[in-house]
Design a binder for this molecule. Structure first.
Ligand SMILES: Nc1ncnc2c1ncn2[C@@H]1O[C@H](COP(=O)(O)OP(=O)(O)OP(=O)(O)O)[C@@H](O)[C@H]1O
Ligand SMILES: O=P(O)(O)OC[C@H]1O[C@H](OP(=O)(O)OP(=O)(O)O)[C@H](O)[C@@H]1O
Length: 217
């Protein structure tokens, strides 16, 4: 039998919305996947030639780009931040909607033009590119979470982070000043695997079909 096709999923908030879609596309991990006490990271699937791995969101892109996993689900924020040439994102899954935005302390807006800024973000590439487009050099302080603390503590004057309801910004005295990127979750596949393994193309078709039947369900 050929090696199992590895499907990578993020462990956090996209997963609950992704699981019904995955099931409609024929990706159904074994019961242990749902056991909160399990420390396993790789799970057999109902389909015998497939396995699901559960990793951090940014690592989904890394596993798939390097061909260690052939397919996966990740936010378009992650796809755009890495811009891996070996990654192909053929299906918008219409889940995990949010936006990548610039925010700063309430009342800080205004002031004269600036040529340099210090910005806290988990997205250094998208942040630099956004400010470059405005003729501003952004020095990015890379954080992995709780970006909202940075302006108040003098680490950066602005943040670039994901916003959905806006509640996190509001509760931390910040306001959204511009949107960099609308975000939703994507099916991603490894380009080489798509060319060489017919199961990857079949999986893309299955997700397209699952999206088509979703509204009727
Ligand atoms: N507030 C939000 N509303 C909707 N979608 C969000 C929101 N925040 C993040 N997302 C989406 O969820 C993704 C994060 O997914 P998830 O929480 O599953 O990752 P994770 O592996 O837990 O992340 P981390 O590496 O930060 O621990 C983001 O890349 C984005 O696409
Ligand atoms: O606009 P809101 O609805 O408040 O959502 C925005 C928050 O959601 C994300 O964090 P998440 O909850 O995924 O936690 P994290 O800090 O671990 O990334 C993001 O980083 C914001 O902090």
């Amino acid at each position: 039998m050929s090696k199992p096709l590895i499907f990578a999923v993020p462990k956090g908030r996209i997963l609950d919305e992704a699981l019904p879609l995955m099931a409609r596309a024929g990706v159904v991990p074994e019961a242990e996947f749902h056991d909160k006490n399990s420390r396993a990271l790789s799970f057999a699937c109902e389909a015998p030639d497939m396995a699901v791995i559960r990793v951090r969101a940014f690592d989904v892109a890394t596993f798939v780009a390097h061909g260690a996993a052939q397919a996966g689900i990740v936010g378009s924020d992650v796809v755009e931040e890495f811009a891996f040439s070996d990654l192909y994102a053929p299906v918008d899954l219409d889940i995990g909607h949010c936006r990548l935005s610039v925010a700063e302390p309430v009342g800080q807006q205004g002031g004269g033009p600036v040529s340099h800024l210090r910005v806290a973000s988990k997205y250094p590439n998208l942040t630099r590119r956004h400010f470059e487009g405005m003729g501003i050099q952004a020095e990015v302080v890379k954080l992995n979470g709780a970006m909202e603390l940075a302006p108040g503590l003098g680490l950066a004057s602005r943040i670039v982070d994901l916003v959905s309801t806006g509640r996190t910004l509001k509760d931390n005295g910040l306001e959204e000043t511009s949107v960099i990127l609308p975000v939703s979750a994507r099916l991603i596949v490894n380009r080489a695997a798509l060319k060489t393994d017919a199961r990857v193309g079949a999986l893309v078709d299955a997700f397209r079909a699952a999206m088509g039947t979703r509204d009727a369900a």
